[in-house]
Design a protein around this ligand. Sequence first.
Ligand code: PLP
Length: 345
Amino acid sequence: MMVAAIEAVLSIDLGAIVGNWRRLVAAHGAPCAGVLKADGYGLGAAPVGRALAAAGCRHFFVAHLAEGLALRAALGPGPLVAVLNGFGAGADGAAGLTPVLNSLADVAAHQGRPGILQLDTGMARLGVPPAEWGQLAGLAPLLLMTHLASADRPDHPLNAMQAGRFAAASTGFPGVATSLAASSGIFLGPGFASDLARPGAALYGLNPTPGLPNPMLPVVRLEAPVLQLREIPPGTPVGYGATWVAERPTRVATVAAGYADGYPRALSGKAIASFQGQPVPLIGRVSMDLTTFDVTDLPGLRPGDALTLIGPGCTPDELAERAGTIGYEILTSLGARYRRQYQPA
Ligand SMILES: *Cc1c(COP(=O)(O)O)cnc(C)c1O
């Protein structure tokens, strides 16, 4: 007997990701890598990487060695796969991956092998700090890179300061290609262009220009089926802690997604979903596997219909704003229980 599964469906538009990559190349006026760390920001590093490689992307960045090995297996030989957090010189199976060298110790450990040299120009996170740059003389890395701390705030003085330090340092590495901007840095203007930008977030549809209209195509849609509908009279509480109490005769829809699926509990009482373009307010607390919505104004809704939890009117950036986080965290938290559906590029 066939039993229909009642599960939320996460749709990932590979065509939109490729479209975003092309837009970023155009905005940068120079090549762009694809940043696929954290399983392609939760969307699947292998399918995203294959779609980008087929579109002509030749450079990929991940954070961990294991991510690099998995991506190399998905892509086959050819494109550069760089590991941002670096890896030990003797790491098993790392042949074919490129380490990012973040310290003098990394440089010494990987002597004679190609690597990407990261300079810390003002973030104090990873990379060789300015006080040690003098000890890098004579090195010829594959690529010289740095990372901007505040590129999502165009007026922040650190942006120009970091770009200036990076430009000055790069004169010590004649003929070596440079990599400066990530998603938001691409939109800071020509002073932030380099030989290879490293966008991640914008590929996946997050807005690289907060406060301005989003120049990227939407990539992710999450549809959660309604498990039950019920009519409750005024005075009836809904959900854990009875934090929401009906003030009018209310129709409540319970959908199959919760905080265990990465739909943040911090959205309790705060999120908006949608149904056929109509906004649908979340009521009560988000629980582990279930979330409740007020669908009183949607008399056409039937059990089995799906509410759009992520989509137009409830983008990852908008949900993040309501949950007090960033779109990056919404995407990288997307759960393993959704049925994933990829639209081909
Ligand atoms: C994550 C990361 C990126 C990509 O940043 P986005 O803001 O997602 O575009 C680029 N470079 C480094 C070093 C990173 O850690």
